[in-house]
Design a protein around this ligand. Structure first.
Ligand SMILES: Cc1cc2nc3c(=O)[nH]c(=O)nc-3n(C[C@H](O)[C@H](O)[C@H](O)COP(=O)(O)OP(=O)(O)OC[C@H]3O[C@@H](n4cnc5c(N)ncnc54)[C@H](O)[C@@H]3O)c2cc1C
Length: 455
């Protein structure tokens, strides 16, 4: 989405200048809240247009947020709940839906509880949003890649940008960095921001794949893992979906099985059900060198039902025909049993029945971070003051996926990105009020952004 030239600047001449670097959902939201507060806002982005990953998310229907109760919603942020919950309390799922409505984009709650725009598209929302941002005076500078701060410059907010016309220096009274994670680098987020921030003493947790696929390994006799599927299985079933199955992570006592679907890939597994377990699976691989998913091929059947059907006499019929006729197991589901289980287990009715309810799939490593839906790791919350300002760099604020949190798919990613954009902008406004007055404190531009109502 290309942006036309900036409109005439109608803000007060002495308005504080805030630079937002990164034009994804977090940065654009920060720009909106800053402009609404009377700041002079410039958005810089390395790409020729903003919101590229947001538009990609639109290809999957744009799952904006989730309709479940707030208490349940905040649990999705796991170990980072305490850091994310206050942001969501100020701007959470219902406020996000109101905000979208304010842009003329109605939303609906799907059967899974996920919330989507009625037209399931990102482009109309982004178009309306950019129009509103430009109308409120926000200026956009594309093809400006942030490189860090000017060397030896005492003023932290003198930013260096690589532009098509050479390097440019930009001064600001406050800066919001919303540079995204490190997946889908071709859309702009490449994680190159780690180096300049780390060089300024900012504590950053290593960036890792989240909501990602995995390579599988086949345990072999000496206890090591052979990479990938057998040639036979891969050549016949790569790309095949496993629908209506359930997964859990072995060793996660009490963790509920999650139901859904995933896909067999050339080297392993991917898809929504795998993504849901990707954080704990990735951490388990780091700790133990591997992780084991337990696949329930028949979540609608009890273990007793499966045992009874497998043990039923089959006469001269093959085991494959028996499993298909008694339990509906065929295609990739049946083939997985033969791929994973030793012959001795296949031939033992009790063990086979148990494996149908908990087939062990060994994961050897996550797929590369660039393929992931999102990124774990990033700027640690411990490196931030309230208002998402960097402790090491007063006047510099961070928002979005570049912060150290992760969440499953389901709208939780975008919601926290929007919420942190609001929080960083309010933090910057607060900071600027301490250093110089904000020209105009006008939240009426976006009434849904103001006020402390719990979402
Ligand atoms: C295929 C896919 C589908 C998804 N679907 C959904 C979904 O349905 N629901 C959901 O909640 N989430 C979804 N997500 C995740 C969601 O899109 C991201 O979490 C979200 O876009 C992150 O927002 P952000 O503003 O933090 O960063 P980004 O959207 O990544 O934006 C960061 C911006 O910073 C710019 N930038 C980076 N480095 C520099 C630099 N050095 N200088 C200047 N500019 C720079 C980039 O060009 C980019 O424009 C999906 C992700 C993918 C990959």
């Amino acid at each position: 989405m290309s942006l036309p030239a900036a409109p005439l600047d109608t803000r007060a001449a002495d308005a504080p200048r805030v630079v937002v670097v990164g034009g994804g959902p977090a940065g654009l939201m920060a720009a909106e809240v800053l402009a609404a507060g009377g700041a002079s806002v410039d958005v810089f982005d390395a790409m020729p247009s903003v919101g590229r990953k947001f538009l990609l998310a639109g290809k999957g229907g744009l799952n904006l947020t989730h309709g479940e109760a707030f208490e349940r919603f905040v649990e999705r942020y796991g170990a980072r709940r305490a850091d994310i919950e206050p942001l969501l309390a100020a701007f959470g799922p219902s406020r996000l839906r109101e905000w979208a409505q304010g842009l003329g984009i109605s939303t609906f709650v799907g059967s899974s509880g996920r919330v989507f725009p009625t037209d399931l598209k990102a482009a109309p929302l982004l178009r309306a949003w950019l129009h509103r941002l430009r109308s409120s005076g926000v200026r956009f500078h594309m093809r400006h890649r942030w490189l860090g701060w000017a060397a030896g410059d005492a003023k932290e907010q003198r930013l260096r940008f690589a532009t098509p016309h050479g390097e440019a220096l930009v001064d600001a009274d406050a800066v919001v960095l919303a540079l995204g994670g490190a997946s889908w680098a071709r859309l702009g987020s490449d994680g190159a921001w780690v180096e300049p921030l780390a060089a300024r003493g900012v504590s950053i947790a290593p960036l890792q794949a989240s909501n990602c696929g995995f390579h599988v390994g086949r345990p072999v006799a000496d206890g090591t893992l052979a990479a990938g599927w057998s040639d036979y299985f891969r050549s016949r079933f790569a790309g095949a979906p496993l629908k209506n199955v359930a997964l859990s992570l072995a060793g996660e006592d009490g963790a509920a099985k999650q139901r859904g679907e995933f896909v067999v890939t050339e080297t392993g597994v991917e898809g929504s059900l795998v993504y849901a377990l990707s954080g704990p699976a990735r951490d388990c691989i780091q700790r133990e060198g591997r992780a084991t998913l337990l696949l329930d091929l028949l979540p609608g059947h009890s273990a007793e039902q499966v045992s009874a059907e497998v043990a039923r006499p089959r006469g001269s019929r093959s085991l494959g025909t028996h499993l298909k006729s008694r339990l509906g197991l065929s295609g990739v589901k049946a083939a997985l049993l033969y791929e994973v289980l030793p012959r001795s287990v296949i031939d033992d009715a009790a063990q086979l029945a148990a494996a149908i309810k908990a087939l062990p799939l060994t994961l050897s490593q996550p797929r590369p971070i660039d393929e992931a839906i999102s990124t774990a790791g990033g700027v640690r919350f411990e490196a931030l003051r309230p208002g998402l300002m960097l402790d090491a760099l007063p006047g510099v604020f961070c928002a979005g996926e570049m912060l150290d949190w992760e969440a499953p798919t389901g709208g939780y990613l975008l919601t926290a990105c929007f919420a942190s954009g609001v929080a960083a902008a309010l933090g910057a406004r607060h900071f600027l009020q301490g250093s110089r007055p904000i020209a105009r404190a006008d939240d009426s531009v976006s009434p849904t952004l103001a006020g402390p109502r719990r979402s």
